[in-house]
Write a new protein. Structure first.
Length: 331
């Protein structure tokens, strides 16, 4: 497929300067998209007006209703077979659409590339996502120095919606993003649903992008930590059957508490507690009814991937402690 098959969806809540840079980058693509669809979530800095003057179709949501709802609205209005979802704080290489659209082949339902940090371009921001038995996710390679570990194409089951390309048909098969997650981990939830239904994608390291990261609120903003903390619990509630809740009870406790200590180090311990409390209060409402036997294998494979990349590219204290406390996890 080509760029003419692509609609680029850009959810926006303020960040006019960042949006202008992204839209300029989309104009400069070697294979320009058929359409750019900007979903304005109640911006107050002229982002919607800028998008219109630069030729994007703009949907005005009126209020900030969250990433998931904004993306879902755009998916419903897009008219092309491929949909790219891109954050406004991303800068794309000129051939980003060309590389990812070229990777969409039979049995490849989505694709993502190598996303580097905008402030440190020799370090990885994101590649693809995995989840450990404890229910916390890792954007594989985040914070690691770029190198051979991230240079090979491979099949994946979970792509970060920071910048990724999907078949529109996938959303009709799997369903839209879960709007109850609002923002944060809604893409991991979608990836889990894809994996359990047998839909896979591709990591394309030649498709480069650079991400500023948490440009709207900041990575350790109180609201960011609260929602992430809550949604970690809701992922477990939604996807873990009763047998895995019991089997993985200690990895779950270890992973969640360790993440809380990281939040505490950033002076966000109260936000972490609020998020966990909200997640526990909503736990019953999110309980799934299906027990997919593939889930435990998928989680174990995720842990193997984390251990492999950590050995090759540098150990993160969080994962070092997690594997120590859980007796090593998957070998």
């Amino acid at each position: 497929m080509t760029g003419g098959d692509v609609t680029v969806i850009v959810p926006v809540w303020n960040g006019r300067i960042l949006l202008e840079r992204l839209l300029c980058g989309l104009r400069a693509q070697t294979e320009p998209p058929a359409e750019v669809l900007v979903v304005d979530d109640g911006s107050q800095d002229g982002s919607a007006e800028l998008a219109e003057t630069m030729g994007a179709r703009t949907i005005r949501m009126g209020v900030n209703s969250g990433f998931a709802k904004a993306v879902n609205r755009a998916i419903g209005e897009a008219r092309t077979p491929l949909l790219a979802i891109v954050n406004n704080d991303v800068e794309l290489a000129a051939d980003w659409i060309e590389k990812l659209a070229g990777a969409i082949a039979p049995y490849v339902w989505f694709a993502t590339g190598r996303i580097l940090q905008a402030a440190a371009r020799d370090r990885i921001d994101a590649t693809y996502d995995v989840v450990c038995r404890g229910g916390t996710a890792w954007r594989v390679g985040h914070g690691c120095r770029d190198g051979p570990a991230f240079a090979n194409a491979r099949p994946i089951s979970c792509a970060p919606m920071t910048a990724a390309l999907y078949r529109a048909e996938l959303f009709r098969s799997i369903g839209l993003l879960d709007e109850r997650f609002e923002s944060y981990l809604e893409d991991v939830d979608f990836g889990l649903r894809c994996a359990m239904a047998g839909y896979s994608g591709c990591y394309v390291p030649e498709a480069l992008a650079w991400h500023q990261g948490s440009a709207t609120l900041g990575r350790w903003h109180a609201a960011t930590v609260r929602r992430t903390s809550r949604n970690q619990v809701l992922l477990i509630a939604k996807h873990y059957p009763a047998r895995l809740l019991w089997r993985y009870s200690w990895p779950i406790v270890a992973a969640q508490v360790l993440w809380g200590l990281v939040a505490l180090r950033h002076e966000r311990g109260w936000s972490w507690l609020r998020g966990k409390w909200e997640g526990l209060c909503w736990f019953r409402q999110y309980r799934g009814r299906k027990d997919n036997p593939a889930l435990s294998h998928w989680l174990s494979e995720g842990e193997r991937e984390i251990r492999s990349v950590q050995r090759e590219s540098g150990r993160d204290l969080y994962w070092t402690l997690y594997f120590f406390l859980t007796a090593g996890g998957a070998k």
